[in-house]
Design a protein around this ligand. Structure first.
Ligand SMILES: [Zn+2]
Ligand SMILES: [Zn+2]
Length: 268
Protein backbone atom coordinates (compact mmCIF):
# COMPACT_ATOMS: atom_id res chain seq x y z
CA UNK A 1 0.00 0.00 0.00
CA UNK A 2 2.72 2.43 0.93
CA UNK A 3 4.43 1.97 -2.44
CA UNK A 4 1.50 3.34 -4.38
CA UNK A 5 0.17 5.81 -1.82
CA UNK A 6 3.06 7.12 0.26
CA UNK A 7 3.57 10.12 2.50
CA UNK A 8 6.41 12.22 1.09
CA UNK A 9 8.26 15.11 2.67
CA UNK A 10 11.17 17.42 2.13
CA UNK A 11 12.71 19.73 4.67
CA UNK A 12 13.11 22.76 2.42
CA UNK A 13 14.84 24.95 4.98
CA UNK A 14 15.69 24.57 8.65
CA UNK A 15 17.64 26.92 10.88
CA UNK A 16 17.50 30.20 12.71
CA UNK A 17 17.32 31.93 9.31
CA UNK A 18 14.10 30.30 8.15
CA UNK A 19 11.99 27.15 8.38
CA UNK A 20 9.80 25.44 5.80
CA UNK A 21 8.81 21.77 5.53
CA UNK A 22 6.85 20.37 2.58
CA UNK A 23 4.60 17.27 2.76
CA UNK A 24 2.46 15.53 0.18
CA UNK A 25 0.05 12.66 -0.18
CA UNK A 26 -1.90 11.73 -3.29
CA UNK A 27 -4.57 14.34 -2.56
CA UNK A 28 -2.90 17.01 -0.45
CA UNK A 29 0.20 19.15 -0.38
CA UNK A 30 1.02 21.31 2.60
CA UNK A 31 3.77 23.38 4.16
CA UNK A 32 4.60 23.47 7.84
CA UNK A 33 5.74 27.06 8.33
CA UNK A 34 6.85 29.45 5.61
CA UNK A 35 9.74 31.29 7.21
CA UNK A 36 11.50 32.64 4.11
CA UNK A 37 10.39 35.07 1.41
CA UNK A 38 7.87 33.76 -1.11
CA UNK A 39 10.49 33.93 -3.85
CA UNK A 40 13.01 31.85 -1.92
CA UNK A 41 10.43 29.22 -1.01
CA UNK A 42 9.42 29.05 -4.67
CA UNK A 43 13.07 28.39 -5.62
CA UNK A 44 13.42 25.68 -2.98
CA UNK A 45 10.28 23.97 -4.29
CA UNK A 46 11.73 23.97 -7.81
CA UNK A 47 14.74 22.08 -6.51
CA UNK A 48 12.48 19.19 -5.49
CA UNK A 49 10.43 19.45 -8.72
CA UNK A 50 7.35 20.76 -7.04
CA UNK A 51 5.32 23.95 -7.42
CA UNK A 52 3.72 26.18 -4.83
CA UNK A 53 0.67 26.34 -7.12
CA UNK A 54 -0.20 22.82 -5.95
CA UNK A 55 0.12 23.53 -2.22
CA UNK A 56 -3.25 23.69 -0.42
CA UNK A 57 -2.33 24.91 3.03
CA UNK A 58 0.28 26.23 5.44
CA UNK A 59 0.31 25.07 9.07
CA UNK A 60 2.01 27.72 11.20
CA UNK A 61 3.79 26.76 14.43
CA UNK A 62 4.27 30.22 15.99
CA UNK A 63 4.66 33.86 15.03
CA UNK A 64 8.47 34.20 14.98
CA UNK A 65 9.66 35.54 11.62
CA UNK A 66 11.82 32.51 10.85
CA UNK A 67 8.50 30.61 10.66
CA UNK A 68 6.13 33.22 9.20
CA UNK A 69 8.12 35.45 6.84
CA UNK A 70 6.43 34.14 3.67
CA UNK A 71 3.00 33.19 5.06
CA UNK A 72 1.08 36.30 3.98
CA UNK A 73 2.60 36.44 0.50
CA UNK A 74 1.98 32.76 -0.22
CA UNK A 75 -1.58 32.93 1.09
CA UNK A 76 -2.37 35.88 -1.16
CA UNK A 77 -0.43 34.76 -4.24
CA UNK A 78 -1.54 31.12 -4.27
CA UNK A 79 -4.78 31.20 -2.29
CA UNK A 80 -3.43 28.78 0.32
CA UNK A 81 -5.40 28.10 3.46
CA UNK A 82 -3.52 29.08 6.60
CA UNK A 83 -3.90 27.14 9.87
CA UNK A 84 -2.70 28.38 13.26
CA UNK A 85 -4.07 28.49 16.78
CA UNK A 86 -5.81 31.58 18.16
CA UNK A 87 -2.82 32.90 20.07
CA UNK A 88 -0.58 32.65 17.03
CA UNK A 89 -3.15 34.31 14.77
CA UNK A 90 -3.36 37.27 17.12
CA UNK A 91 0.42 37.51 17.47
CA UNK A 92 1.20 37.24 13.76
CA UNK A 93 -1.59 39.50 12.46
CA UNK A 94 0.70 42.46 11.84
CA UNK A 95 3.45 40.29 10.28
CA UNK A 96 1.39 38.44 7.69
CA UNK A 97 -0.82 41.32 6.55
CA UNK A 98 -4.29 40.80 5.11
CA UNK A 99 -5.35 37.24 4.43
CA UNK A 100 -8.90 36.63 3.12
CA UNK A 101 -11.15 35.44 5.94
CA UNK A 102 -12.11 32.23 4.15
CA UNK A 103 -8.45 31.18 4.06
CA UNK A 104 -7.93 31.68 7.81
CA UNK A 105 -8.41 28.59 9.95
CA UNK A 106 -7.92 27.71 13.57
CA UNK A 107 -6.16 24.56 14.68
CA UNK A 108 -6.13 24.50 18.46
CA UNK A 109 -3.27 22.87 20.39
CA UNK A 110 -3.52 19.10 20.92
CA UNK A 111 -6.13 18.54 18.23
CA UNK A 112 -6.20 16.81 14.85
CA UNK A 113 -7.21 18.39 11.54
CA UNK A 114 -8.48 15.80 9.10
CA UNK A 115 -7.74 16.97 5.57
CA UNK A 116 -8.93 13.77 3.91
CA UNK A 117 -5.95 11.53 3.26
CA UNK A 118 -3.77 13.51 5.67
CA UNK A 119 -4.28 14.07 9.42
CA UNK A 120 -2.37 16.95 10.98
CA UNK A 121 -1.99 16.70 14.74
CA UNK A 122 -0.93 19.73 16.78
CA UNK A 123 0.85 19.62 20.13
CA UNK A 124 1.74 22.47 22.45
CA UNK A 125 5.42 23.21 23.14
CA UNK A 126 7.34 25.45 25.54
CA UNK A 127 8.77 28.45 23.68
CA UNK A 128 8.77 32.23 24.09
CA UNK A 129 5.95 32.86 21.62
CA UNK A 130 2.25 33.55 22.16
CA UNK A 131 0.96 29.96 21.81
CA UNK A 132 3.58 27.78 20.15
CA UNK A 133 2.64 24.36 18.81
CA UNK A 134 4.24 21.83 16.48
CA UNK A 135 2.77 19.19 14.24
CA UNK A 136 2.93 15.61 13.23
CA UNK A 137 1.35 14.43 10.01
CA UNK A 138 -0.28 11.01 9.68
CA UNK A 139 -1.11 9.15 6.49
CA UNK A 140 -1.73 5.41 6.00
CA UNK A 141 -0.13 4.44 9.29
CA UNK A 142 2.92 6.59 8.57
CA UNK A 143 3.85 9.57 10.71
CA UNK A 144 6.21 12.47 10.16
CA UNK A 145 6.89 14.70 13.18
CA UNK A 146 8.41 18.19 13.42
CA UNK A 147 9.63 19.45 16.77
CA UNK A 148 11.85 22.54 16.95
CA UNK A 149 11.59 25.78 18.94
CA UNK A 150 10.98 24.32 22.37
CA UNK A 151 12.90 24.83 25.61
CA UNK A 152 12.27 21.29 26.79
CA UNK A 153 10.32 18.21 25.84
CA UNK A 154 7.63 17.35 28.38
CA UNK A 155 6.39 13.84 29.14
CA UNK A 156 3.19 14.81 27.43
CA UNK A 157 4.99 15.71 24.20
CA UNK A 158 7.06 12.54 24.39
CA UNK A 159 3.90 10.49 24.73
CA UNK A 160 2.31 12.24 21.77
CA UNK A 161 5.20 11.89 19.34
CA UNK A 162 6.51 8.44 20.29
CA UNK A 163 7.69 6.10 17.52
CA UNK A 164 7.07 8.22 14.44
CA UNK A 165 8.51 7.00 11.13
CA UNK A 166 10.51 10.18 10.67
CA UNK A 167 11.45 13.21 12.75
CA UNK A 168 12.76 16.68 12.25
CA UNK A 169 14.23 17.35 15.70
CA UNK A 170 15.77 20.54 16.97
CA UNK A 171 19.48 20.65 17.74
CA UNK A 172 19.79 24.41 18.02
CA UNK A 173 23.03 25.06 19.82
CA UNK A 174 26.09 23.64 21.45
CA UNK A 175 25.84 24.81 25.04
CA UNK A 176 29.55 25.70 25.31
CA UNK A 177 29.57 27.61 22.01
CA UNK A 178 26.51 29.53 23.13
CA UNK A 179 28.01 30.39 26.52
CA UNK A 180 31.31 31.53 25.00
CA UNK A 181 29.75 33.13 21.92
CA UNK A 182 28.81 36.68 20.89
CA UNK A 183 25.21 36.83 22.16
CA UNK A 184 24.24 39.12 25.03
CA UNK A 185 23.70 37.52 28.42
CA UNK A 186 19.91 38.01 28.36
CA UNK A 187 19.71 36.41 24.91
CA UNK A 188 21.85 33.49 26.05
CA UNK A 189 19.57 33.04 29.05
CA UNK A 190 16.54 33.12 26.77
CA UNK A 191 17.91 30.42 24.47
CA UNK A 192 19.05 28.21 27.36
CA UNK A 193 15.80 28.64 29.30
CA UNK A 194 12.67 26.51 29.44
CA UNK A 195 11.05 28.60 26.72
CA UNK A 196 14.07 28.70 24.43
CA UNK A 197 15.59 26.08 22.18
CA UNK A 198 16.90 22.53 22.51
CA UNK A 199 20.68 22.11 22.60
CA UNK A 200 22.38 19.26 20.77
CA UNK A 201 22.37 17.18 23.96
CA UNK A 202 18.74 17.97 24.68
CA UNK A 203 17.80 17.07 21.11
CA UNK A 204 19.60 13.73 21.53
CA UNK A 205 17.84 13.09 24.85
CA UNK A 206 14.48 13.90 23.28
CA UNK A 207 15.16 11.52 20.39
CA UNK A 208 16.20 8.72 22.73
CA UNK A 209 12.94 9.25 24.64
CA UNK A 210 10.70 8.94 21.59
CA UNK A 211 12.15 6.90 18.74
CA UNK A 212 11.01 3.33 18.33
CA UNK A 213 10.97 0.36 16.00
CA UNK A 214 9.17 2.28 13.28
CA UNK A 215 11.61 5.18 13.23
CA UNK A 216 13.69 5.14 10.05
CA UNK A 217 14.76 8.74 9.40
CA UNK A 218 15.90 11.48 11.74
CA UNK A 219 16.80 14.97 10.58
CA UNK A 220 18.60 17.28 13.00
CA UNK A 221 17.48 20.83 12.42
CA UNK A 222 17.00 24.47 13.46
CA UNK A 223 20.76 24.74 13.87
CA UNK A 224 22.00 28.14 15.06
CA UNK A 225 24.37 29.91 12.67
CA UNK A 226 26.42 31.34 15.50
CA UNK A 227 26.26 28.74 18.23
CA UNK A 228 26.53 25.43 16.46
CA UNK A 229 28.10 23.54 13.56
CA UNK A 230 26.67 20.76 11.46
CA UNK A 231 29.44 18.30 12.34
CA UNK A 232 29.29 19.12 16.04
CA UNK A 233 25.52 18.65 16.24
CA UNK A 234 25.71 15.42 14.27
CA UNK A 235 28.59 13.93 16.25
CA UNK A 236 27.12 14.91 19.60
CA UNK A 237 23.81 13.24 18.83
CA UNK A 238 25.35 10.18 17.17
CA UNK A 239 27.78 9.51 20.00
CA UNK A 240 25.19 10.01 22.74
CA UNK A 241 22.84 7.62 20.99
CA UNK A 242 25.56 5.05 20.36
CA UNK A 243 26.54 5.18 24.02
CA UNK A 244 22.97 4.16 24.78
CA UNK A 245 23.04 1.32 22.24
CA UNK A 246 20.87 2.97 19.60
CA UNK A 247 21.58 1.65 16.09
CA UNK A 248 22.61 4.93 14.45
CA UNK A 249 22.69 4.54 10.65
CA UNK A 250 21.64 0.95 11.12
CA UNK A 251 18.16 0.97 12.62
CA UNK A 252 17.59 4.52 11.34
CA UNK A 253 19.41 7.15 9.28
CA UNK A 254 20.70 10.23 11.07
CA UNK A 255 20.67 13.22 8.70
CA UNK A 256 21.24 16.96 8.88
CA UNK A 257 18.67 19.51 7.76
CA UNK A 258 20.18 22.57 6.09
CA UNK A 259 19.29 26.28 6.25
CA UNK A 260 18.65 26.63 2.53
CA UNK A 261 19.31 23.36 0.75
CA UNK A 262 16.24 21.17 0.60
CA UNK A 263 16.52 17.52 1.57
CA UNK A 264 15.58 15.16 -1.20
CA UNK A 265 11.91 14.25 -1.34
CA UNK A 266 11.73 11.43 1.20
CA UNK A 267 9.14 8.65 0.94
CA UNK A 268 7.46 6.96 3.88
ZN1 LIG B 1 12.56 29.20 14.97
ZN1 LIG C 1 10.77 30.50 17.60
Amino acid sequence: MTDTDPLRYSILASGSTGNVTYLETRHHRILIDAGLSGKRIENLMKKIDRSLKDVDAIFVTHEHSDHTHGVGVLARRYGMDVYANEGTWAAMASKVGKIPLEQKHIIAPNTVKDLGDMDIESFAVSHDAAQPQFYQVHHNNKTFCVLTDTGYVSDRIEGTIRDADAYLMECNHDTEMLRMGPYSWPLKQRILGDEGHLSNEEGADALMGVIGRRTKEIFLGHRSQHNNMRSLAHLTVASMMEQHDFGVNHDFELRDAEPETPSKLMTL
